[in-house]
Design a protein around this ligand. Structure first.
Ligand SMILES: [Zn+2]
Length: 487
């Protein structure tokens, strides 16, 4: 690329701060990053009361106080009834494992629940799984070059396959409306496995003791926690495996009650509750992006080694994400090192105040967004223009365009730069064609000096002056990321 050696000042070119530079559009543009995301309905019913908590007390604490003693006492009664034997022969404590609990007000916590017996599916279950029909809710290309999202259902009878599809489409629509899923939505296959259950609904819904014969044995009151929606994980995996490719699994239950759960291989969500889709989006942050939780239990301290997850660190300076520090983040404020995360209050730091990995009604923070973007994008190839890695540059701006739309960056304004090389790249939504222009003020008008190629990149050497980036949608709409370095 041609490098021009230009004088520091050229007649006709404005001196720095000599006079105001006209705004590219003649008016202020809204800053996408500071857009507040609407909170979910925080009305909770009386039943949900146990899942809400004052700030001083964590869910875990609440649940430990209320649920676990009840569980333990029930287990003790059971043990006493079954084992009328000397204490030396007492059975070992019931093994338990952590599982996340989601509250309708968006807060998240973890509780320990007894480990479920995980047996391989029996032949009849495998046969039923093999016979289950698979339909493409969205097909964008061969699985070898696409991200494959698999949705399975439980508690839907043969006569309710239409309802299953309706619930599955609604969940996918919610996931696909959230960045960075939104950006990649045009390159994701969405498969629905028509899992047929003998009976309609899930167990313990609407109250404990209601039992139904369903394909995946889904049930509320998992571990005694009302809204924890568990299932038979091996059976669920057997059904999901019927899809041509499996990169993520979302299991939806035929219920209208709020709830869900996170497993290593999948997440469960209420099929009929419109708020429950956020649970799947959070869980996909773990399973697809390898992100850690950013909430914590008050009073706990982390003493382990530096975590491998990209979004938590022991370093109070946040050097792990040094290139992000101080940048605006979609969940509000700027990236920094905020105390608490990974379940612990002390000794560990997270990148932003309140991201989706901390509260369900918030977006991913800038770091989580980038990590998820790379993780999803890494499983997509061969379709159109590869998404450039736009994280190598110092400055980042995000926004969204409607088809044919135009935006100016940074933030609808311009910037002054010394003579030297400008480098930029634009990551556009899959399936859309966006173009990036670098423009300079020539003394009387904004003039385009460079336009991105098919790879979305610009490298331009020029004199000092005032510059602005113009992002244009040629076809398609969606969110974009612009990253750039100034000379
Ligand atoms: Zn989580």
């Amino acid at each position: 690329m041609l490098m021009l050696l230009a004088p520091l000042w050229v007649p006709g070119m404005p001196c720095r701060a000599a006079r105001p530079i006209p705004h590219p559009l003649g008016r202020a543009l809204p800053v996408e990053l500071t857009a507040q995301h609407p909170h979910l309905n925080r009305q909770v019913d009386a039943v949900a009361d146990r899942f809400t908590h004052p700030p001083a007390r964590s869910h875990k604490e609440t649940l430990m106080r209320r649920s676990v003693p009840a569980l333990l006492s029930a287990a003790a009664v059971l043990a006493a009834a079954l084992v009328a034997a000397p204490a030396a022969n007492a059975a070992p404590a019931t093994p338990s494992e952590w599982r996340e609990v989601f509250s309708p007000d968006g807060t998240i916590s973890k509780v320990r629940v007894p480990v479920e017996r995980k047996t391989a599916p029996e032949n009849q279950d495998l046969g039923a799984a093999a016979a289950a029909g698979v339909v493409a809710l969205q097909y964008t290309g061969p699985s070898s070059s696409r991200f494959d999202m698999v949705i399975i259902g439980d508690g839907y009878t043969a006569g309710e396959m239409g309802l299953l599809r309706q619930h599955a489409e609604a969940k996918w629509a919610e996931i696909a409306s959230t960045d960075p899923w939104h950006k990649h939505a045009g390159s994701i296959n969405v498969w629905l496995v028509n899992v047929v259950s003998n009976e309609s609904g899930v167990d313990n819904d609407p109250y404990q003791g209601v039992n139904r014969d369903t394909a995946l044995d889904m049930y509320f009151f998992c571990g005694g926690v009302e809204r924890l929606l568990c299932l038979n994980e091996p059976k669920a995996q057997a059904y999901a495996a019927q899809a041509p490719g499996v990169d993520a699994i979302v299991a939806i239950g035929n219920t209208y009650k709020y709830g869900g759960a996170g497993y290593p291989s999948l997440s469960t969500v209420s099929g009929g509750d419109p708020r429950s889709g956020r649970i799947a989006i959070h869980e996909l942050g773990h399973s697809v992006g390898g992100l850690a939780d950013e909430y914590y239990t008050p009073g706990t301290a982390y003493t382990g080694a530096e975590p491998t997850e990209p979004n938590v660190t022991r370093d109070p300076g946040g050097a792990k994400w040094a290139s992000y520090l101080g940048r605006p983040t979609p969940d509000g404020g700027v990236i920094g090192a905020y105390r608490g995360g990974h379940q612990y209050e002390y000794g560990i730091y997270r990148p932003s105040s309140d991201s989706l990995m901390r509260s369900l009604d918030k977006p991913f923070n800038l770091l989580g967004l980038t990590v998820m973007d790379r993780a999803i994008g890494s499983r997509i190839s061969g379709g159109g223009t590869p998404t450039p890695d736009c994280t190598v540059h110092t400055n980042t701006r995000t926004g969204s365009l409607t088809s044919g739309g135009i935006a100016y960056q940074p933030d609808g304004s311009s910037f002054y730069a010394r003579a030297g090389t400008h480098r930029a790249c634009l990551a556009a939504p899959a399936g859309a064609q966006f173009t990036l222009d670098l423009m300079t003020w020539n003394g009387s008008a904004w003039q385009t000096v460079a336009t991105s190629g098919a790879d979305g990149r610009i490298s331009y050497g020029g004199a000092d002056g005032y510059f602005t980036y113009r992002v244009r949608s040629i076809t398609g709409s969606g969110s974009y990321t612009l990253a750039y370095d100034t000379p």
